[in-house]
Design a protein around this ligand. Structure first.
Ligand code: TXA
Ligand code: MG
Length: 328
């Protein structure tokens, strides 16, 4: 069972776990978050695993200050104005990523945008001490409602994580409001802890509403994951001109003729495989092979999400399958 420590005494223990690539449940002003180092693929994969999240929905990267935020993303004037007005606080801004920002691609589900938020209180102190952003979805099992007390977190996730930091009941109790700049307007992607009207008053204009051109979740479109090369899944053999994405210790037949070869996890560790997935797909794509053959990957644990991503990447490129959207 997870240890529950008061926020006054938990800082060093939380830092030690995060530096080891582990996860920690922390209070924020909105809801409890399940936090991991956003630059560490294993830490980020552990978040998905602990939540039992069946799909890699992109995560919010939490920052300590504006300087850290500017290192991760490129701010337009309107977004910067809102950050200065509402941070720290329950506002998340979706912004273009700054190339080379060190964020693990699993955090952003391979998108070229990143959701940023500066939390108040313990979370902010922890990020400042760590010196790195924290990826943190709400600290609840997939499909359950967000936890607003340390006890609720422990009852739900206690068997799967080592530490819950108890900061009392979260003051906002609702997840952050998510906004994204679109030209010189802002779109409300998720209503949340700051009322839309409050934001409209601050910027002196109305927010755009509804999904992006009918697409709920850009991160779930196959085209966002699809490499230039074709993808061939559950491959038992390697054909001429193919690169091979491996898993485990058993190789597909003819693997020596692969144009390029990377193994998601030599030991068959799905968490390691998850943290390598996007980077390895990109790297094999850069090899110039016309097709990336992928060895079979089991469907249990994080394997379901890995297979989900792979089948999106292998799907026909220009068809928007409604199943590609995910629950709010
Ligand atoms: O208050 C909150 O926002 C809490 C606390 C812990 O900070 N976090 C939270 O995270 O609610 P989560 O993972 O439950 O919701 C984050 C939402 C997801 O629905 C995801 O689709 C969206 O943010 N999101 C993340 N990155 C995005 C991106 N680049 N573009 C569009 N949406 C994004
Ligand atoms: Mg959530």
């Amino acid at each position: 069972m997870a240890e529950i420590l008061g926020s006054g005494e938990a800082l060093e223990r939380a830092l030690a776990l995060l530096r080891e690539g582990d996860v920690v449940a922390i209070p924020t002003e909105t809801v409890y978050g399940l936090a991991g180092d956003a630059t560490n693929g294993i830490g980020v994969a552990r978040i998905f695993e602990a939540k039992g999240r069946p799909r890699f929905n992109p995560l919010i990267a939490h920052v300590a200050d504006m300087a850290m935020a500017e290192r991760l993303a490129m701010f337009d004037p309107l977004s910067r104005k809102l950050a200065l007005a509402f941070w720290p606080g329950p506002l998340t801004l979706v912004l273009p990523q700054r190339p080379g920002n060190g964020i693990h691609p699993l955090v952003t589900a391979g998108l070229d945008t990143i959701a940023l938020r500066m939390p108040r209180g313990f979370g902010g102190d922890l990020i400042a001490r760590l010196g790195r952003p924290l990826a943190a979805p709400s600290a609840n099992s997939s499909g359950r409602i967000s936890a607003t007390t340390a006890q609720a977190v422990a009852a739900d996730l206690g068997a799967r994580i080592k530490l819950v930091v108890d900061g009392g009941a979260t003051p906002v109790g609702l997840e952050s409001t998510i906004l994204k700049a679109e030209g010189d307007r802002l779109r409300l992607l998720r209503p949340g802890g700051i009322a839309a009207a409050e934001i409209e008053a601050a910027i002196g204009m109305e927010l755009l509403r509804g999904g992006i051109a009918g697409i709920e979740a850009p991160g779930m479109l196959a085209s966002h994951y699809a490499p230039g090369a074709a993808m061939r899944l559950h491959a038992g053999t390697v054909g001429e001109g193919e690169a091979l994405l491996g898993f485990g210790s058993q190789r597909a037949q003819g693997w020596r003729r692969a144009e390029a070869f990377l193994n998601l996890s030599e030991t068959g560790d799905l968490r390691e495989a998850a943290s390598n997935l996007f980077a390895y797909m990109q790297e094999l794509d850069r090899s110039g092979a016309r097709t990336i053959a992928v060895e079979p990957i089991p469907f249990d644990g994080l394997g379901e999400a890995i297979n989900d991503r792979l089948s999106r990447a292998a799907a026909p490129r220009d068809i928007h399958n409604p199943q590609h959207s995910f629950p709010p």
